[in-house]
Design a protein. Structure first.
Length: 425
């Protein structure tokens, strides 16, 4: 098994064009050692970020209210792990409980990480996208929001390249390649999305978690394959490591990366001033991937696949009232779309989600415009300003032009201030 590491590393180098600069260390490890390594490397700051994300995801309804995210992730690590490359020790870890023939494709994946590491220094490269907006003291700039997905995009490059090489390795013995086997790529993606027969923890996870965990592998692989088709191996491997994408949109729609599409960053409110009666809890981008999953959860995958490419920017800010730590989490979420028509479609889907996320959600006051039907797709659209009363306070969903503002569990004065800032009222 140890001898095959060098053969597979040579195969990976031929496939990627990334040079072998030094021998890769190797060791045999047990399942308990693997789980211990991975849990130990969930650093304190990662856990803090995870806890904040968990509450925000629950507010959006993307996780059930009684869900324990950390517990599930540890269970998933134990279930899903199939070998790993450690960039700190420059070592590929092989598993002592898995037959060699099953490990060889996994090694093709993990040794791609070794080549990436030798080319760019993986830890340092990944850290460039690792800025936690929830921890910084200053208000984030529009550029901070725009770059908040950088870590996700870089992870998709790293894992997408490794998945592509693993697939090539599995196809090579039968004289085939990814280029002439699109149906096998689709089968592999379906298997990733649904999990294998023995992946019970994964199968039972909420949609958002399943999609998040498979995103860097499935969308990442699709991204790398598209780059290979359009621009060749050099662009798909060394080229993209030198000039990586920085949004999930560029990963999900590789043509936007290849064309150098530039979307102007969204102007953001002065959060410190507007939330003067609140304590900041978390802040971040709501990228194209996030809205794709949100739409899928509340309106189905087909509608999600039609609507998410129309996304043009988004961010959220979560806070709690000062002197009331037990109060519901307050939230503003602003998204921008390709047109007013698409914004009003998204506003309707978001409004529809309220009855699934709250025990009660009763529309109150006079809506500025009544719901309408989309002339082409025969779906309802929501225009203007609408408000609902829930057990956690008022929810406002407001569409103006290409922008949708959502305010949840914030007081009326703060919501009004934010509306003025976002819409320039």
């Amino acid at each position: 098994m140890f001898h095959s590491v060098d053969e597979i590393l040579a195969f990976d180098s031929r496939q990627t064009g990334l040079a072998i600069r030094k021998q890769v260390k190797r060791r045999l490890t047990s399942r308990d050692e693997v789980v211990s390594y991975l849990t130990k490397h969930m650093k304190d700051e990662d856990v803090k970020k995870l806890q904040r994300s968990e509450l925000v995801l629950k507010k959006f309804g993307l996780l059930p209210r009684d869900f324990d995210l950390e517990k599930l992730l540890v269970a998933l690590l134990r279930e899903q792990i199939a070998g790993y490359y450690d960039p700190k020790t420059k070592t590929v870890n092989l598993l002592d409980w898995v037959p060699m023939e099953e490990q060889e494709p996994v090694m093709a994946h993990e040794l791609t990480h070794a080549l990436q590491d030798q080319a760019i220094g993986l830890d340092k490269w990944m850290k460039k996208g690792d800025k936690d907006l929830g921890e910084i003291k200053k208000d984030p700039t529009p550029e901070d929001i725009e770059n908040d997905e950088m870590n996700d995009a870089r992870e998709a490059v790293v894992e997408g390249q490794a998945e592509t090489v693993m697939m090539q390795y599995e196809l090579a013995p039968v004289g085939r390649s990814i280029a002439d086997s699109p149906e096998l790529v689709e089968t592999m993606e379906a298997q990733m999305a649904n999990g294998t027969d023995d992946s019970k923890v994964f199968k039972d996870a909420p949609i958002f978690l399943k999609e998040s965990l498979t995103f860097p592998y499935s969308y990442g692989m699709r991204f790398v394959i598209k780059l290979m088709e359009k621009s060749g191996r050099e662009k798909a491997f060394a080229g993209v490591l030198a000039n990586p994408p920085h949004t999930t949109r560029q990963i999900m729609q590789p043509e936007t990366y290849l064309s150098g599409e530039k979307i102007a960053p969204m102007r953001v409110p002065e959060f410190k001033r507007d939330f003067k009666d609140y304590v900041k809890f978390d802040i971040g981008a709501m990228g194209e991937f996030d809205v794709a999953v949100l739409i899928e959860q509340y309106a189905g995958k087909k509608l999600s696949e039609r609507l998410y490419p129309e996304w043009r920017g988004g961010y959220y800010y979560a806070a709690r009232p000062k002197n009331d730590a037990a109060a519901p989490l307050g939230l503003i979420y602003v998204s921008r779309w390709s047109s007013a028509e698409k914004a009003s479609e998204f506003a309707e889907i978001y409004a529809r989600s309220l009855t699934k996320r709250y025990k009660k959600a009763e529309e109150v006051g006079n809506a500025s415009e009544l719901p309408q039907e989309h002339p082409e797709y025969k779906v309802e659209v929501l225009k203007g300003r609408h408000a609902w009363m829930t057990e956690e306070g008022t929810v406002v969903v407001e569409e103006q032009g290409d922008t949708v503002l959502v305010s949840e569990s914030l007081d009326a004065a703060t919501t009004a201030t934010l509306e003025r800032e976002v819409f320039g009222k």
